[in-house]
Design a protein around this ligand. Structure first.
Ligand code: ZN
Length: 252
């Protein structure tokens, strides 16, 4: 099993990411994709992943609200191409951003990252809170392999995303949300990835989340689809390997 979106090195996240990795291995995990939202987090993720080259796989991004150092981030992604498995998280956030002009600015920035992912041949990890439709419109003809991280959009949009061959990443929100259960019912396993968005979105609301809690999501999906949880964890691991080229992208 693999958590495809965890903020392992978020500055105010875990006190000791080393402990998280150790425990994740004990719990039978095969890897963690360590996401980044802002520049200081990106540097930490890259540094930390060096110590765990076969277990921690970084993606470097620029969160639409929290992102810092846009130009430096773009340069970092280019320089670190061989050491990362994706561009993200990047995207649009209309939940926190209500100002229309600023939303346009978010789109301009997102466009840059779509082109960058295409140029570098990397998948794009998309943050799309309350902006799922606009994100989809911007990427649908991009020829970039897209992962809708923490997808919470409509069932109709999920259908369009699937028919475009993209990926829906279901977070641990499924453990407490009816809407996410409906999404899991609709989306074929071939298009599903599992994530926690740790340290946020714990199945035990209000507590800290951990990568191994994707097992809770797999158990929920197991009930919905009538497939053993272990099989779901195995299939979503295979999906993640394909999306992020794990085992193919060798570190130099
Ligand atoms: Zn995230």
């Amino acid at each position: 099993m693999i958590d495809i979106h965890c903020h392992l090195c978020y500055p105010q996240g875990y006190e000791n990411p080393e402990e998280i990795v150790k425990k994740a291995k004990e719990k039978g995990m095969k890897g963690i994709i360590a996401s980044s939202a802002r520049f200081d987090e990106s540097l930490r993720v890259l540094e930390f992943a060096k110590k765990h080259p076969d277990f921690v796989f970084p993606t470097i991004g620029y969160h639409p609200i929290e992102g810092t150092e846009l130009e430096k981030t773009i340069q970092l992604i280019k320089n670190q191409r061989k050491n990362i498995v994706g561009v993200g998280e990047v995207g649009l956030d209309y939940h926190w951003e209500k100002d229309l002009k600023k939303r346009e600015k978010q789109k301009e920035v997102f466009k840059k990252f779509i082109s960058l992912a295409k140029e570098l041949g990397l998948p794009l990890v998309i943050h799309s809170w309350d902006a799922e439709k606009d994100c989809f419109e911007m990427v649908k003809d991009s020829e970039v392999n897209c992962v809708f991280h923490c997808f919470s959009g409509s069932l109709d949009l999920a259908k369009e995303i699937i028919s475009s061959g993209f990926w829906i990443s279901i977070s641990t929100q499924i453990c407490f949300s009816k809407h996410h259960k409906k999404l899991a019912k609709l989306v074929p396993l071939e298009n599903i990835l599992l994530e926690t968005d740790s340290p946020w979105l714990s199945p035990n609301r209000g507590e800290k989340n951990y990568p191994w809690n994707i097992r809770c999501s797999a158990e929920k999906i197991s009930k919905i689809k009538g497939i053993p949880a272990e099989e779901i964890l195995e299939l979503t691991w295979e999906n993640a390997r394909r999306v992020f080229g794990l085992g193919v992208t060798k570190k130099t």
